[in-house]
Design a protein. Structure first.
Length: 402
């Protein structure tokens, strides 16, 4: 039989221009290596999409296959499946090894070729499955393992100037989608038609503004009527009717970085009961944004907004936390849970963090003002306050449309 290798380097073509400079990725790796040195870790095996993208620029498409980034004191090597050929090499900062599928677990043999055996190995306990953790132990035979989930999350929470610049562009593109949706809303149009108008506008703008990027996963959730009761409800073919409550949600993706715009809207007119709820949620949104300043904790901000709603007998209609971090994030990977506006998060806001304010109230279908009300802005924490980088207007004056 023909000899089949366990792994090989398929460095096909020249390196592509990544979203960030080599200096940016080296600074991120330096931060990780500092954590490794502080904790006596010889090698880190990262398996999540968000951490591999954050430290190497490569955003993998798993399709049931495992991927990795191995970082040692001197090396950083992405580990990819043969089906991707040379794309992982072209789209990553650093080296790349392709593993073959001629025999089971060549993935771990490729990782071992970088880490060696008997070392102190870091891994992501929030991502690595029990099955793969067992294989890490069997193939790498570590003298000790260490969870690096918390440390890497904390590093990602503090954005560099280059990241903030990209997130700012993402917020601008989200606004482009918002205006396209506003123009598409009218009686008799389906949710899916409106959603496609917003998505197409954003994808065209991303391609115009970022000609060197890879394009993937920009999407819209546009909901109407009863469908607005959940923040992540999928798009349907429901036809818009006059007086419908609408939920506009645009989500551009640029090089793995997600941003969002979310707005309450109504078709043609808004009834008195709905207007009262909408105005209360807008007031909470504005109050919440004023609280996002350096030195405030996530829990403190949350409790103050809770008190705001409770004083208006609306707290029982709140369905989730009031905001979250932005960065290497999508609807299926990456969650910086340490920077969420919830009662159980005590993180203190610092300059360079990026966080949303997005209060939502959901009123059941059998009550006056039924529907889901949500506004969403992205704010950069500055030295003396915050900067709102979302431009699309919120509230009844602009968003009763069609």
């Amino acid at each position: 039989m023909t000899s089949r290798p366990e792994m090989y380097r398929f460095h096909n073509g020249e390196k592509a221009k990544l979203q960030f400079s080599s200096d940016e990725y080296e600074a991120r790796l330096a931060g990780l290596r500092s954590t490794m040195a502080d904790n006596g870790v010889d090698a880190v095996v990262l398996s999540s999409m968000h951490n591999i993208a954050y430290y190497s620029g490569f955003l993998y498409c798993a399709f049931g296959r495992p991927y990795a980034l191995v970082v040692t004191a001197t090396d950083n090597v992405t580990i990819s499946a043969g089906i991707d050929a040379g794309q992982p090499w072209r789209r990553c900062h650093g080296d790349n090894i392709t593993y073959t599928d001629w025999q089971r677990d060549n993935y771990w043999r490729a990782i071992r070729s970088v880490t060696g055996t008997g070392k102190v190995v870091g891994y992501e306990a929030d991502h690595l499955t029990l099955l793969q953790k067992g294989k890490l132990d069997a193939f790498l035979k570590p003298s000790r393992t260490a969870d690096v989930f918390e440390a890497t999350m904390r590093q990602r929470m503090h954005k560099s100037p280059a990241e903030i610049a990209l997130i700012r562009e993402g917020a601008r593109v989200a606004d482009v989608g918002g205006y396209a949706i506003r123009d598409a809303v009218k009686e008799g149009v389906r949710e899916i038609d409106v959603a496609m108008a917003g998505r197409d506008a954003m994808e065209a703008e991303i391609a115009r503004s970022f000609p060197d990027a890879e394009y993937r996963d920009t999407w819209v959730w546009f909901q109407s009527g009863l469908n607005t009761d959940g923040a992540h409800n999928p798009v349907t073919s429901r036809v818009l009717q006059r007086g419908d409550i609408l939920s506009l949600n645009t989500f551009p993706m640029i090089s793995g970085y997600y941003t969002a715009l979310e707005r309450t809207m109504f078709v043609g007119e808004v009834d008195e009961a709905s207007l009262k709820i909408w105005q209360a949620n807008v007031a909470a949104h504005e109050f919440g944004m004023s609280l996002l300043i350096p030195g405030a904790s996530c829990a403190e901000v949350t409790e103050k907004i809770n008190d705001f709603f409770a004083a208006r007998d609306l707290l029982q209609y709140r369905t989730f936390g009031y905001g979250h971090s932005f960065g290497v994030l999508s609807h299926y990977y990456g969650r910086e849970a340490g920077l969420e506006l919830r009662e159980d998060i005590d993180t203190v806001l610092e300059p360079g963090m990026v966080i949303s304010m997005e209060p939502m109230l959901t009123i059941a279908a059998d009550q006056p003002g039924a529907g889901g009300y949500r506004e969403h802005d992205i704010l950069v924490i500055t030295e003396d306050g915050n900067e709102n980088i979302t431009g699309y207007p919120y509230g009844p004056d602009f968003n009763v449309v069609g």
